[in-house]
Write a new protein. Structure first.
Lengths: 178, 108
C-alpha cells in the first residue's frame, strides 16, 4: 500500500528519514517546479533553484506542518514565499526562455501557437492575478487554499481569479471559437 | 459559446500547460543538499537514559550514599509553614514558566 504524504512526513519527523523526504520531493517536484516556472515567467534555471530552496526549507521547517492543509498547499506557500523573496532581491523582470519552455512540453498534445498565446497572456497578467489563476485554475487549489498560500483574504483571491480569467479569455478570444 | 463552456475551455488549456515535469535528477540534488541525518530518536533516548542513570549513580556515590537528601528533608522539615509555602509557590512558578516557554517554542 502506498504511503500517504502524512505518513511520509511522520517518518521524517520521527527518524529524520531522508528516503521518506525524497519520496515527498519526487511526488511534488513537478507541480512545484511548474508553478515556479510560471511565476518566474518561464526562467527554468531560476525556477529550479527556487524549487530546490522550497524543498530545503520544507525539510528544515517540517515540524511546522500541522496537517491542517494538504502537504502540497503548504509547499506552494513556501514556494510562493521563496519566489517573492527572490523577486524582491532582484527587483528586475526576467525574460521568457522560449526555447527551453518549448523543449519541456510535448508538442503533440496542444497546438504550439495556442500554447504560445496562452503563455504570453499569462505573462501579461499582474503577479497577484497570475498567481491566483495558476493556483486555482491550473493546480486545482480551492479559493480558500489559495488564500492561505498567498496570505491574502479569500475575497481578494476570488476577485483576482475572476479578473485574471476575464483577461485571459479576452486575450484568447480568437481561440475559443476554433 | 456559453459562459460555462468558455470557463471549461480555459481551465482545460491551463491544465494542459501544467504538463508533468520529469524529475531528471532534481530529487537527488535536493537530497544531496539536505543537512546530515540526525541520530535516530531511539538512539537519542537510549543515550539520554544511560547518561541519566550514570549521573545519578555518580551523584549518589559522591554524596556519601545520598546523605544530603536526608539532610535536605530534615532542613525542610524544620522550616516554618510560611517558608514551605513560599518555596512551593516559587517551585510552581518556575515549573509554569518552563512549561510555558516549551509550549511557546513548540507553537512557533
Amino acid at each position: 500500500m502506498e504511503l500517504t504524504d502524512a505518513d511520509l512526513v511522520a517518518r521524517v519527523l520521527l527518524d529524520d528519514d531522508h528516503h521518506a523526504f525524497a519520496e515527498l520531493v519526487r511526488r511534488h517536484q513537478s507541480t512545484v517546479r511548474g508553478l515556479l516556472r510560471q511565476l518566474t515567467r518561464t526562467d527554468v534555471a531560476l525556477a529550479d533553484d527556487l524549487a530546490q530552496e522550497t524543498f530545503l526549507r520544507a525539510y528544515k521547517h517540517i515540524r511546522s506542518f500541522r496537517g491542517e492543509a494538504r502537504f502540497s498547499t503548504w509547499l506552494y506557500r513556501i514556494a510562493y514565499n521563496c519566489f517573492r523573496e527572490d523577486a524582491r532581491r532582484r527587483k528586475e523582470l526576467v525574460g521568457i526562455d522560449e526555447a527551453k519552455w518549448q523543449a519541456e512540453h510535448d508538442p503533440q498534445t496542444v497546438d504550439p501557437a495556442l500554447r504560445h498565446d496562452l503563455m504570453q497572456a499569462l505573462q501579461i497578467l499582474p503577479l497577484h492575478e497570475r498567481s491566483a489563476v495558476l493556483l486555482c485554475c491550473q493546480n486545482g487549489l480551492s479559493h480558500d487554499e489559495a488564500a492561505r498560500v498567498l496570505d491574502i483574504p479569500l475575497g481578494t483571491v476570488k476577485t483576482n481569479v475572476l479578473r485574471g480569467r476575464e483577461k485571459l479569455k479576452r486575450a484568447l478570444a480568437a481561440w475559443e471559437s476554433k | 459559446m456559453d459562459e460555462q463552456l468558455q470557463e471549461d475551455w480555459l481551465d482545460a488549456r491551463l491544465r494542459d500547460e501544467a504538463a508533468y515535469l520529469d524529475d531528471a535528477g532534481f530529487t537527488a540534488t535536493v537530497v544531496q543538499r539536505l543537512p546530515p541525518k540526525r541520530a535516530s530518536s531511539k538512539f537519542r533516548a537510549t543515550v539520554l537514559i544511560l547518561v541519566t542513570i550514570l549521573g545519578s549513580a555518580l551523584a549518589y556515590v559522591l554524596s556519601g550514599g545520598g546523605q544530603f537528601i536526608m539532610e535536605g528533608i530534615a532542613r525542610i522539615g524544620s522550616l516554618s509553614l510560611l517558608s514551605v509555602g513560599l518555596l512551593a509557590l516559587c517551585s510552581a512558578l518556575v515549573a509554569t514558566a518552563v512549561a510555558g516557554a516549551a509550549a511557546w517554542s513548540k507553537a512557533r
